[in-house]
Design a protein around this ligand. Structure first.
Ligand code: FE2
Length: 404
């Protein structure tokens, strides 16, 4: 097949990528305006994987009208071990203890792996008579919320950095696919950073930072610590932190005390509690270490001395959060964050095991309902294969769960 019929990709401009090491745009093969998996060659799929695993977030523009059932199939191009189960479980959530029910997230009936998130009420949509989706309000999330004056000036913040996974019972998918159906008709908003810089982003932008970049910013001592450390997440992690508020940067929980006591959580057992290496290996970019840790859901750190094999445990949750935060906060600068500026029809694939991402955007304050309406499809499927540790040694726990 001649070269000119192949799918290609190009990096987003330096002015957008800055130091994030994130972002590429995919051009479908000539003559293919909508993604058609049956017409992609093996070489096209290889190019897609290369684009994603080297750049962590890729976008295909102009995909308005794509069928929801294509998304789960497309995810398997990047993650052959993806199950057909949404990371949040088989069905849409109505459990008030679950984070996703705060969004009132719906599911597309013909593609239950695809969730609907956004803001506003929609009628007769994809077989759903009435669908109400709610954009999270920052005031629910931050210990020190933005002042009304700052909101009026157009400021927003990342709400909470995360990977798409419950850290309980199900493993994180390799990729998440987002598709923009409708974007808010609002002016740009701004994020203020601790160094005083400001970043102008699209209203409702999805923000990302690379775990590889986060690792590269660590001191050599911190890198060594991270490579030798296993992270145990809290049992029923999101329920555990349900009433906790995040720091202004959305990376950690600064104050201990609002956690649901473990004995009051929904039924749980240790063998379903997530346990992952702090540094993950990228399947197609195996020489680059990725610091992948959810700073709000952490519970315990076990660090192995490679010389002696001795393991040191930190299980004071406040201390665990501090250790992780001091490492991860270095990434929080305008030039390290890629904030995807949504256009309607965008298909965005992100490497869920290679980035942390966050919702941004103050939408609810705006007066006109039609202007703040937004809708995204989100396809995230739990994977069968656990994340691989970057550093392996005899006895390393690479099962994804606490070992009984
Ligand atoms: Fe997410």
């Amino acid at each position: 097949m001649p070269e000119s019929t192949s799918l290609t990709f190009s990096l987003l401009p330096d002015s957008i990528r800055q130091s994030s090491a994130i972002g590429a745009e995919v051009q479908l093969p000539p003559g293919m305006s909508k993604l058609d998996l049956d017409r992609l060659t093996e070489k096209d799929k290889e190019t897609l994987r290369k684009a994603l695993f080297e750049n962590q977030v890729i976008v295909i523009r102009g995909q308005k009208g794509i069928d929801a059932t294509v998304l789960p199939q497309f995810a398997k191009v990047f993650d052959p071990s993806a199950s057909d189960v949404h990371s949040a479980g088989e069905k849409a959530v109505s459990d008030p203890k679950n984070i996703l029910s705060a969004y009132k997230a719906g599911r597309i009936p013909k593609a239950p792996q695809v969730g609907i998130i956004g803001s506003g009420t929609f009628h007769d949509y994809e077989g759903l008579k009435e669908l109400e989706v709610i954009h999270l309000d920052h005031t629910l999330f931050h210990e020190k919320p933005l002042a009304q004056e700052e909101i009026d000036q157009g400021y927003t913040r990342p709400y909470r950095w995360h990977m798409d996974t419950p850290f309980y019972e199900r493993l994180p998918g390799e990729v998440t696919i987002l598709h923009s159906i409708r974007i808010p008709n609002l002016p740009d908003q701004m994020i203020k950073f601790p160094d005083g810089k400001e970043k102008s982003i699209g209203a409702g932008a999805t923000a990302f930072f690379s775990g590889a970049r986060a690792f590269a910013l660590l001191t050599p001592e911190e890198q060594e610590f991270a490579l030798n450390t296993t992270v145990t997440y809290a049992p029923q992690a999101y329920e555990y932190i349900r009433q906790c508020k995040a720091s202004e940067d959305g990376l950690t929980i600064p104050t201990l005390g609002s956690e649901v006591p473990v004995e009051k959580l929904s039924e749980w057992s240790w063998d379903k509690v997530a346990e992952h290496p702090m540094v993950w290996r990228n399947p197609l970019n195996p020489d680059r270490p990725f610091l992948q840790v959810h700073g709000c859901c952490v519970f315990k750190l076990s660090t192995r001395n490679p010389a002696t094999g001795e393991v040191t445990v930190i299980d004071d949750v406040e201390k665990v959060r501090n250790v992780v935060y001091n490492m991860q906060k270095k990434i929080y600068a305008a030039e390290n964050i890629y904030a995807h500026r949504w256009e309607e029809g965008d298909l965005v694939i992100f490497h869920n095991r290679g980035v942390m991402h966050s919702i941004t955007g103050q939408l609810s304050q705006h007066k006109h309902d039609e202007d703040k309406k937004r809708m995204l499809w989100q396809c995230t499927m739990t994977s069968v294969t656990p994340p691989k540790p970057f550093r392996t040694y005899e006895g390393v726990n690479d099962t994804g769960y606490v070992r009984a």
